[in-house]
Design a protein around this ligand. Structure first.
Ligand code: AQP
Length: 337
């Protein structure tokens, strides 16, 4: 069956595990906004995913609202996209259990994010950290999603999602699930920490100086860029063995659409300090309006609650359609929906 682009589903989400970062914006949100007119869009805050690590309940609630407000403040159209909170749609957890029964321990054990996060966790690793990619597969397959825009770090989880869809479709002889495509931006898919350009910029980095949060003040942003770890050379070049400088150029490219060569030419004969200060200015230009719009939206909880309620309702209609087909195909007695 041919599907017109307007009928295709684009879906993506962010964990409200902390305030959103410049990495989340450049690797994910900016692309949601760019692509939103070509798809029917589903965006949500994955609070159940955030539970894989111990959280302060009040903070998790606040950051969940903040994530949704940031989507809108960044440019997602709230009257067009389906916006909701993952735990408001119980079908995610239901499908996740079913998918767990089709997922192999070996494939989950190979996930880089599991290896990294379980090492940080030490003893008593929650099972949820291990099965996280299965819940993510449920998030996506529930809506017969065509396209998932994500940063580089989530590509491996998307591959498992695709494998599961293909495996289950093959077992039940029918296209139960749409096999989703991955969209990762050519630049900006992996923004690195400003303090350690060998690791990605992460919301939950214990060193806040490495992370630009979208709610950071102009002053904080300037200070963080000023302190950014650069390399021992003098020249501004774009090379893997100069990861600190490369990261600053990548940030400028992702913000402006210019190429690394254009920035290198622009900074010929200039010093690292110029690049740091001007990258901070470019970031502030983008982030400051998002920050103030987010703060404004957060003052009106009634508006956000009404929007999220409507979003969950629209999402459940779609989710229940998939889930009832799945129950039927795998042998559970139907009739519930
Ligand atoms: N540094 C990054 N560069 C580019 N894209 C990034 N993303 C995350 N960090 C970067 C993309 O943002 C989307 C939402 O990510 P997530 O919140 O679901 O989980 P994550 O990938 O684990 O993000 P964080 O910031 O590192 O969170 P914590 O510290 O809580 O684990 C995804 O599309 C992701 O690729």
């Amino acid at each position: 069956m041919n599907v017109r682009p307007s009928q295709k589903i684009m879906l993506s989400a962010v964990q409200p595990s902390h305030q959103l970062t410049l990495g989340n914006y450049l690797g994910a949100l900016k692309n949601w906004i760019k692509l939103q007119h070509d798809y029917e869009c589903i965006f949500f805050a994955v609070d159940l995913h955030a539970l894989t690590v111990k959280r302060d309940p009040a903070q998790l609630k606040e950051q969940t609202y903040q994530a949704v407000a940031t989507y809108i403040a960044s440019g997602i159209h709230p009257d067009q996209a389906i916006l909701f909170i993952q735990s408001h749609v119980p079908e995610h957890a239901e499908l996740s259990w079913i998918l767990n029964c089709f997922t192999y321990m070996g494939e989950l054990g190979r996930m880089t994010q599991y290896k990294d996060k379980s090492t940080q966790q030490g003893k008593n690793i929650p099972a949820g950290l291990f099965t996280y990619p299965v819940l993510m597969a449920a998030d996506i397959l529930l809506y017969q999603t065509h396209l998932v825009p994500v940063g580089e770090d989530q590509k491996q989880h998307l591959e498992i999602t695709r494998d599961l869809a293909i495996r289950i479709n093959h077992l039940y002889g029918e296209n139960l699930f749409t096999v989703p495509e991955i969209y990762s931006p050519p630049i900006g898919a992996r923004i690195m920490s400003l303090q350690n350009p060998q690791i990605k910029m992460s919301k939950s980095d214990p060193d806040p100086n490495g992370v630009i949060y979208l709610m950071d003040s102009d002053d904080q942003i300037k200070k963080k860029f000023k302190r950014a770890v650069t390399d021992s050379g003098q020249e501004i070049i774009y090379r893997n063995d100069q990861p600190g400088i490369k990261n600053l150029i990548d940030i400028s490219c992702a913000l402006t659409g210019k190429t690394p060569e254009e920035w290198v030419n622009q900074y010929r004969g200039k010093q690292y300090g110029h690049l740091k200060i001007e990258t901070a200015d470019r970031v502030i230009e983008t982030i400051a309006p998002i920050r103030s719009k987010t703060a404004e939206l957060l003052k009106d909880r009634n508006y956000l609650d009404a929007l999220l309620k409507q979003g969950a309702h629209r999402a459940r209609e779609k989710a229940q359609r998939t889930l009832s087909r799945v129950y039927d195909k795998i042998g559970c007695v139907g009739g519930r929906y």
